[in-house]
Each structure stands twice: as structure tokens, then as C-alpha cells.
Write a protein that binds this ligand. Structure first.
Ligand SMILES: C[S@@+](CC[C@H](N)C(=O)[O-])C[C@H]1O[C@@H](n2cnc3c(N)ncnc32)[C@H](O)[C@@H]1O
Length: 326
């Protein structure tokens, strides 16, 4: 892919330097990642102090640690990726997360050049991953019946994410009106019967969208439905079989995260002496205070690295049902 002057969620810049207009993910900690667009004169503020954009633009690189003006702490300036975007977007609805998104991209066999239909758009979490998978020649047609969400998604995709020309957001109730689509201005047919490679559904009463999906899918096109409850799955599956889908299979994705932690022997020993208890203290991951951060760095060197399961494991999100049109 060509180098560009603006880094969007899909362009890969060979030049690693952060420029004005670049979308940057500010990593404060694993649980706090903020999106900012670099603008001369602007200042990013957090608990560590001020981060003037002027001191970052044309000076810092993606992946670099940047200290606040007051030297009270630091953040990492990260390049945009789908995973980080999903974990930092403005949530307007329930969203799909990486474990489910991975299954969807893989089992729908999405690849560059494909034409995909999605409904509802929601917060655009899945949409961004689909677009990244099918660019540069593919296209996503995404439908959302909430007018405000449709407009916000259009703004995000065409503005800060740099997806103009790769996605069409349509404000529509797809259960009543289906997916056939025409550009009224140019009178061009955008979505016709048998013209789509994959359809993804994430909306209430999916069974009422199944026939619409069948109509626009080409032969061997793939359908995926995401439903949080099994009763909805049963109705959708019944309808899929009824309209002529084959290879209908449902999956539930359960994923256990492990966190890489730096454990300090110093803290283990101190605790043992004080309490006779070998409790382990984490030296802390991610951003930290300036002097404190350097102290932690030294402790880390003396400690060990361990993989610990997250306490707050994400459980059931929903069921993914896949089917093929023959
Ligand atoms: C759970 S959200 C989708 C989240 C999305 N998959 C994501 O990852 O960000 C469901 C969306 O479907 C929309 N929706 C519900 N019924 C619809 C319909 N009949 N036609 C179009 N969109 C609909 C809702 O407004 C809502 O925004």
C-alpha cells in the first residue's frame, strides 16, 4: 500500500513520524486508550499533565513514549489498528469484540475485493474490521435504522477513519425494506440481487432479515447472524433452512485473556518479611509517573515476567450462526 500523509485506521505509513491530521491512539493503560487527531495548537490533557500536539507533530514517532510537559508521567502514541479501535470507540450500542470479530472475518472468508452487507451498523466496531479486511477494492454496505447512529457512523468512517469510498452507510429499516440499494443521485444500482459475497446480521428479529439476505447473496455467498439469546438463534436457523441456506452451524466464542505481568522479587520478599505472606505485587504495566516509572523500571529488571489470567474474564457475548447459499 502507498505511503500517505494521513494515517487512518487502514493506511500504512512507511514514514513513522506523527504528522498533523494523523489519528493517534493514546495508550494510558490497558484499560484507558484514547483516540485523538493531531492538530497544531491543541493540547491533550490527562492526570499526568499536558501533552501539547505541537511538541508531538513532526517530532514523535508512532510507538514512542511521550512525557507530559510537567514530567509527571507518560503515554504511548500508538498507530491505529482495528483491535485498539474497538477497545477505544465511543460506544453507542452493544458492540462486537475481537474474539467474535475474528470468527466473523475468518468464517465469512473475507478478503480484499469482496462486497459485504451489514446490519445494524451500531457503533461501527465490526464495520471497521470488515473494511480493513476487504480494502482496497472491496465495499461495505452497512444499514442502520437509527438516524443519529447512521450519521455518526458516516462521520467516523469518512472523517477520522479515512474510509471514504470503501463504505456506504444507509439509514433504513432492513426488516421492512431489505438490502437492495440504488444511488438516487447518479441512478446507479449499488446492491442488486445475487451481487453480494457476505451478509452479517446483528439486530433484533434476524429471522425477518434472512430472506432479504438470501436475495442479495451470490451463489456460495455466506451469511452470519449474531444473536445474544438462543431463542433468537432457533428462529433464525429455522428461517435459514426454510429459504434454502445450507451448512448452517452455530458457534459460541469464549476467550480467556492472560495478562503479561512484571512481578518483583523485592515486593515478594518485603511482603514475606512483614506478613509472612508471599503475596506478589505487580510492578504495573503501561504508563506511569515519571520518577515512579523509572523506579518501577529498575524493580522490573530484578523481577520476573508472568502470565496471569484476567480476573474479569469476558463470558457469553452471543451466538454466531453461519450458513452458505447454494
Ligand atoms: C447491537 S447493535 C450492532 C453493533 C455492531 N455490530 C457493532 O459491532 O458496533 C444493533 C444495531 O441494529 C440497529 N437495528 C435494529 N433494528 C434494525 C433494523 N430493523 N434495521 C436496521 N438496523 C436496525 C440498532 O439501531 C442498533 O444500532
Amino acid at each position: 500500500m502507498e505511503a500517505t500523509t494521513q494515517s487512518s485506521i487502514y493506511t500504512y505509513k512507511r514514514d513513522n513520524l506523527i504528522k498533523e491530521g494523523d489519528l493517534v491512539f493514546v495508550y494510558e493503560s490497558a484499560d484507558s486508550i484514547k483516540q485523538i487527531t493531531m492538530k497544531r495548537g491543541a493540547i491533550y490533557n490527562n492526570k499526568f499533565g499536558q501533552f501539547p500536539h505541537n511538541e508531538i507533530i513532526d517530532q514523535a514517532e508512532f510507538g514512542q513514549k511521550v512525557y507530559s510537559k510537567q514530567m509527571k508521567g507518560w503515554v504511548y502514541m500508538l498507530r491505529p489498528t482495528s483491535h485498539v479501535y474497538t477497545n477505544s470507540l465511543a460506544q453507542r450500542t452493544q458492540i462486537l469484540y475481537t474474539p467474535d470479530i475474528s470468527q466473523v472475518l475468518f468464517r465469512l472468508e473475507l478478503k480484499p475485493g469482496l462486497r459485504v452487507v451489514e446490519s445494524g451498523t451500531g457503533s461501527g466496531s465490526l464495520s471497521t474490521s470488515i473494511i480493513r479486511q476487504i480494502l482496497p477494492q472491496g465495499h461495505l454496505f452497512t444499514y442502520e435504522f437509527n438516524a443519529v447512529r447512521a450519521e455518526k457512523a458516516r462521520e467516523d468512517f469518512e472523517g477520522k477513519l479515512g474510509f471514504k469510498g470503501l463504505v456506504t452507510v444507509t439509514h433504513r429499516d432492513v426488516l421492512s425494506n431489505g438490502f437492495l440499494l440504488k444511488d438516487e443521485e447518479s441512478d446507479t444500482i449499488l446492491v442488486s440481487e445475487n451481487s453480494i459475497d457476505a451478509v452479517f446480521l446483528d439486530l433484533p428479529r434476524p429471522q425477518d432479515a434472512v430472506e432479504h439476505a438470501y436475495k442479495v447473496l451470490r451463489k456460495q455467498g455466506r451469511l452470519c447472524n449474531f444473536s445474544p439469546c438462543i431463542e433468537q438463534v432457533q428462529k433464525a436457523v429455522e428461517q435459514m433452512a426454510h429459504v434454502g441456506f445450507y451448512e448452517i452451524r452455530t458457534f459460541e466464542t469464549l476467550s480467556r485473556d492472560y495478562i503479561t505481568s512484571h512481578l518483583t522479587f523485592e515486593s515478594i520478599n518485603k511482603k514475606t518479611e512483614e506478613e509472612g505472606d508471599a503475596e506478589v505485587k505487580e510492578a504495573g504495566a503501561g504508563a506511569g509517573a515519571g520518577a515512579g516509572g523509572r523506579r518501577q523500571q529498575k524493580q522490573r529488571e530484578k523481577g520476573m515476567v508472568a502470565e496471569l489470567p484476567r480476573a474479569d474474564i469476558r463470558g457469553h457475548t452471543g451466538y454466531l450462526t453461519f450458513a452458505i447459499k447454494f
